[in-house]
Write a protein that binds this ligand. Structure first.
Ligand code: PA5
Length: 458
């Protein structure tokens, strides 16, 4: 076994461990082999026709070289990198930053950051974060990357318009464009038009990659490269995982096993899928996955147009913090959850607890305590007959992060096949976007949807 591989461990969702009523059997998982093989074939056929863009990203040349050049230009010169994006155009950036750079990166000095800029991700239209940001950045040393695949997203345009105007007022005439980049569709949309017209540096979100599957495209790679992340390793990890995830030997394919277990659990009423990292650095991955699983799989219609209203509800929680918030519910509450842990094999930072700490803590490392709490929680879940899975990371690195991104994207695509739904669209999100625009234009498309009853305020 490659010692740098992320591994999925599934013992504790089997009957032998969690009992007959909650547990699965290996033959049941294997029983999905034919359907999963068919799903792999169908996805591969779509990939060959150019309709499964995310699967090609690990080996695509894309904008990587230009991004690396931009990063080299920024190093030592730019203090603050601001990403404007939302959903799939922001969550991957946050996940990479949380995993691979120190938690308090933005409080570190430029020297400690080795000259790389601080990173801010503006993924809301709340005036508080944006106005707070404008109070702390130095326009002359700020770079803004607006990301929007469609180029039409209200939140992005609103933040961009304010921030761009703010920079324009503060910068010497003619200098603004040196501080801006746009990442959007290669050909279509208002942002592509804006970038072309205003001659702004631009990067491409490949046309065949949906927003939430773009972390390994320019969307995620620009902020990663500009904060010192080895993007080649990120892509290498994804590429190596991709080999494993196309394997038709289902029990050797981690994406297929993850999907099979989640699908079987869902069919038996376990419709809440909890992601529970015991590593703060991986909490952003849980958040990224929450969107991927929810927006891809929550669908009203199947591919034949029948109403199915399927979709697991993904939940993120953090070990050990949420042991004091959620675990009571997970242990004794409804039997409706499947929990996936994320564990580190080796702690990155060794922090020793002094010997005079109360027994049995003294002499242990903090990472040891965290791991013990995670293993104990897992054992408690098992004892209570609550099925669970574990991802084991040999370390948190660009290489392992690339692996988990690809594995979970592939699982999402496979789960979509098993549900027989389109995992790559988001028709209901589009409706919300349309209604917001109609409301802001002063002509709500359908007044009835906005009118409440004044007597219903208490
Ligand atoms: O996955 C998706 O498609 C969405 O979450 C989008 O990423 C999100 O709505 C932002 O869209 P856009 O990148 O077009 O601004």
């Amino acid at each position: 076994m490659d010692t740098k591989q992320v591994q999925l461990q599934y013992s504790f969702c089997l009957k032998d461990y969690v009992g007959d009523s909650a547990g699965l059997t290996s033959p049941e998982i294997l029983g999905l082999s034919d359907r999963l093989k068919a799903a792999l074939r169908s996805l591969d056929a779509r990939r060959k026709q150019g309709h499964l863009g995310f699967a090609d990203l690990p080996n695509a040349e894309g904008d990587v070289k230009d991004i690396q050049k931009l990063a080299a230009r920024m190093k030592g010169k730019i203090d603050d990198l601001v990403i404007i994006g939302i959903g799939g155009s922001a969550l991957g950036n946050i996940a990479v930053q949380m995993a691979l750079n120190p938690l308090y990166w933005n409080q570190m000095s430029a020297k400690e950051r080795k000259g790389w800029p601080r990173l801010y991700v503006m993924d809301n239209v709340d005036p508080e974060p944006l106005s707070a940001l404008m109070k702390v950045i130095n326009p002359k040393k700020t770079f803004v990357n607006m990301i929007s695949k469609s180029g039409t997203t209200t939140e992005c345009w609103a933040n961009w318009s304010i921030l761009r105007t703010f920079l324009e007022k503060k910068l010497p005439k003619g200098k603004l464009n040196q501080h801006l980049a746009i990442t959007t569709d290669p050909l279509k949309g208002p942002m592509r038009e804006w970038a072309t017209r205003e001659k702004i540096t631009s990067f491409v979100v490949p046309e065949n990659v949906g927003g939430r599957f773009t972390v390994l495209s320019s969307v995620g790679l620009l902020s990663a490269a500009c904060t010192g992340v080895d993007v080649q390793q990120l892509l290498q990890g994804a590429s190596d995982m991709s080999q494993r995830c196309w394997n038709a030997e289902i029990m050797d394919n981690p994406a297929a096993v993850f999907t099979a277990i989640h699908y079987l659990a869902y069919q038996r009423g376990r419709k809440i899928h909890v992601f529970l990292p015991y590593a703060q650095s991986l909490y952003g991955v849980a958040d990224w996955f929450r969107q991927l699983w929810a927006e891809s799989l929550g669908k009203k219609l199947d591919r034949a147009g029948r109403t199915v209203e399927v979709g697991p509800t993904p939940v993120k929680a953090l070990g050990a913090t949420d042991q004091h918030s959620q675990i009571q519910l997970y242990l004794e509450g409804p039997q409706d959850k499947l929990v996936t842990f994320m564990f580190l094999q080796n702690e990155k930072t060794v922090l020793k607890i002094p010997k005079d700490a109360p027994a049995p803590l003294g002499g242990h490392t903090l990472g040891n305590v965290l791991k013990a709490e995670g293993l104990a929680t897992r054992a408690a879940l098992t004892e209570y007959g609550r099925p669970n899975l574990s991802f084991w990371f040999p370390e948190v690195s660009a290489y392992t992060l690339g692996q988990i991104f690809f594995l979970l994207e592939m699982s999402t695509a496979l789960m979509g096949e098993l549900f027989d739904i389109n995992a790559f669209d988001q028709p209901a999100v589009e409706l919300g976007k349309k209604l917001t625009k109609s409301l802001l234009s002063g002509q709500p498309a359908d007044q009835r949807l906005f009118k409440d009853n004044p007597s219903h305020y208490v």
